[in-house]
Design a protein around this ligand. Structure first.
Ligand code: SF4
Ligand code: SF4
Length: 265
């Protein structure tokens, strides 16, 4: 984009950044095939390494999308620079909002992993834990998912452009399951499903394909994880199986972390 063009100069300046992550959430933006041209015309994308070789990491930005968790001291320094240069900061995906799959190391002896993999682990600038962005800087909105859902991303961008709050309901996957007409896998197959405590957004993909939700969108607001765990016990799951159910892509989200720790043995 040519930001020297006086028409383009009035458009909001967008930056897209990656910390510790797999790039899947950034790809969701590129995957918005029908909407991408409109987005590119509505905003000035000044920094998006995955899509452009023209980089401007220092901004300034009206909005930044940040993917990934904090795993190294370099990423922490980068995050503070991003926050300083951005008017609004939005985290995208399970890594940025809950620490991601890499946060599983927080439950184990990370130094032992590093010794097993690297010849000189002492040279790695690794932080003691892999943590979500909001543990370090203020965040204006969190978009969930592994990866994020493109309809929610477009809604977020559209809302930001006109200065309104995004319409992203904080309801459970069960609500989407019902709207989709999917058959409940708990009721009909006695499968374990995190749908009742998981934030909606995916359209209930897994139950629609006859398997339980494993919580990749993270906990919904005020999730009743205790009641769900009790139901899992009644279904015949062991404490270890319940702990593992809550310990996947969003294991370090406080509500799922606490429930998994209750069932560790
Ligand atoms: S299958 Fe899971 S997400 Fe769907 S209604 Fe049943 S419990 Fe809820
Ligand atoms: S049903 Fe659950 S695990 Fe499957 S995509 Fe949706 S939130 Fe993720």
């Amino acid at each position: 984009m040519d930001s020297s063009n006086p028409v383009h100069a009035r458009r909001p300046r967008l930056g897209v950044f990656k910390l510790a992550s797999c790039d899947g959430c950034q790809l969701t933006l590129l995957d918005c095939e029908d909407e991408l041209l409109a987005v590119a015309q509505a905003v000035d994308i000044v920094h998006f390494p995955e899509a452009s070789s023209s980089l401007m990491p220092e901004g300034p930005f009206d909005v930044v999308l940040v993917e990934g968790s904090l795993s190294t001291s370099e990423q922490l320094e980068q995050l503070h620079r991003i926050r300083k240069n951005a008017r609004a900061l939005v985290t995208i995906g399970a890594c940025a909002t809950a620490g991601g799959i890499q946060a599983l190391r927080n439950f184990a002896d990370h130094a032992e992993f590093a010794r097993a993999v690297y010849a000189r682990p002492d040279m790695l600038p690794i932080l003691a834990k892999s943590t979500p962005v909001a543990e370090h800087v203020s965040v204006d909105f969190e978009l969930r998912g592994c990866p994020i859902d493109k309809r929610q991303l477009i809604e977020l961008i559209a809302a930001m452009l006109v200065g309104r709050a995004p319409v992203i309901p904080n309801e459970s996957v069960c609500m989407e399951c019902k709207r989709r007409g999917a058959v409940c896998v708990v009721v009909t197959k006695n499968q374990a499903c995190l749908g009742p405590v998981t934030h909606a957004g995916c359209g209930a993909i897994c139950p629609a394909f006859a398997r339980g939700c494993y919580g990749c969108f993270g906990p919904r607001e005020r999730p009743n994880t205790r009641a769900l765990a009790q139901h899992m016990r009644a279904q015949g799951l062991t404490g270890r199986e319940i702990a593992r159910s809550f310990r996947l892509f969003t294991a370090y989200a406080p509500e799922f972390r606490e429930e998994s720790e209750r069932h560790e043995s």
